[in-house]
Design a protein around this ligand. Structure first.
Ligand SMILES: [Fe+2]
Ligand SMILES: [Fe+2]
Length: 357
């Protein structure tokens, strides 16, 4: 389904950088069918989109992403695994924000003459994502390793997604991003002793950008009846929810160290983010997953354990072919668990809203 992201060793500026670990969970760069995007009839959601455009133009976070004096300290006291875990977190976040920037910028450019409303909307979203990626990159600089975003721009490798898939997945990544940022922010409000770096203080207004982006994609989704009125749309909705949630569970459990430093239990954090995102999605998608089914988190956690075993195999000094052979049954097993989750009865979101047609 996805192609390889840019070569990790080359995408980072030389010397003071570390390699971005590349696997199926690494954030991707996307491209889409711009012609179909330009032809979308948005009239069903015109009022909502005009309101969102006015909000985006108002640019509430214009002055938000300015580093204050709290960043001027030295961060050399954060060492060892904690430091590594935090750098990995920053790196992954920076790549996903930047990937959003590139996609939105490209959409804005390609739709300029065809769909002025969408073009402006994407341009304003690209503005936000550029700020987010830049802010994270400066934070990485505080820890002695920045990403060469210019290099990434020139050497990116695209994964093609039809515009329908882009709408489902970007909606989800914006909403899951919102919940991730706000849950960390609210936790640190209650536990300021765990605020080991000033970045997290910025998350409250930051996540409102992601929330707005999510709402724009919700309006796009609801403007296209085939994305929510058909039986296929129900299957696609649950499919994308599952891929986003599985990726989340696996990556969060690969980085439990980072969440521990924040005073968060990785498993609880992951579950809360997934439940909230699934609830949000019920306002946009025709069908969502039943996170309360006992099998749901049980199978996700079993997949995550298998994924950790695969990482151990990857880290061993065995020959490549042997690693691949040992990982195969684990991969099949993960696939089996995810398939079983997918086949669980979903939740009819249209019926929840009382707007079944
Ligand atoms: Fe963002
Ligand atoms: Fe966003």
């Amino acid at each position: 389904m996805v192609t390889s992201p840019p070569k990790p060793s080359q995408e980072l500026s030389a010397g003071k950088t570390k390699a971005l670990k590349e696997n199926i969970l690494t954030p991707r760069f996307y491209t889409t069918d711009f012609e179909t995007a330009a032809q979308m009839d948005l009239s069903a959601q015109d009022t909502e989109l005009q309101a969102m455009l006015a909000e985006m133009r108002a640019d509430y976070n214009r002055h938000h992403f300015v580093r204050d004096e709290a960043f001027n300290e030295s961060w050399d006291h954060i060492t060892g695994e904690d430091r590594q875990a935090f750098i990995n977190y920053l790196e992954r976040s920076c790549v996903s924000e930047f990937s959003g920037f590139l996609l939105f910028k490209e959409l804005s450019r390609k739709l300029k003459d065809r769909s002025p409303l969408l073009s402006e909307m994407f341009n304003l979203m690209a503005r936000d994502e550029a700020r987010h990626a830049g802010f994270l990159n400066k934070a990485m600089g505080d820890f002695g390793c920045t990403m060469d975003l210019g290099y990434l721009t020139k050497n990116r490798v695209y994964t093609f997604f039809p515009i329908e898939w882009v709408i489902y997945t970007v909606y989800l990544s914006e909403k899951i991003g919102y919940w991730r940022y706000i849950i960390i922010y609210r936790h640190l409000e209650k536990h300021p002793e765990n605020q080991f770096y000033p970045l997290f203080r910025y998350f409250e207004s930051w996540c409102q950008d992601e929330n707005r982006h999510g709402d724009i994609f919700k309006a796009l989704l609801r403007s296209q009846p085939k994305l929510w009125q058909t039986w296929q749309s129900r299957l696609w909705s649950r499919f994308f929810l599952l891929t986003v949630f599985a990726t989340h569970t696996l990556t969060v459990h690969e980085r439990t160290g980072f969440y521990k430093v924040l005073g968060l239990d990785a498993t609880k954090f992951d579950a809360e983010v997934i439940r909230k995102t699934n609830e949000s999605a019920a306002r946009a998608f025709p069908s969502v997953l039943d996170t309360e089914n006992p099998e749901f988190f049980d199978r996700l956690h079993r997949s995550s354990d298998l994924n950790l075993k695969m990482s151990q195999i990857d880290g061993s000094s065995q020959p490549k072919w042997l690693k691949a052979l040992r990982k195969l049954p684990l991969q099949l097993s993960i696939f089996g668990h995810l398939l079983r989750i997918y086949l669980l009865k979903g939740v009819d979101a249209e019926a929840l809203r009382g707007t079944v047609r």
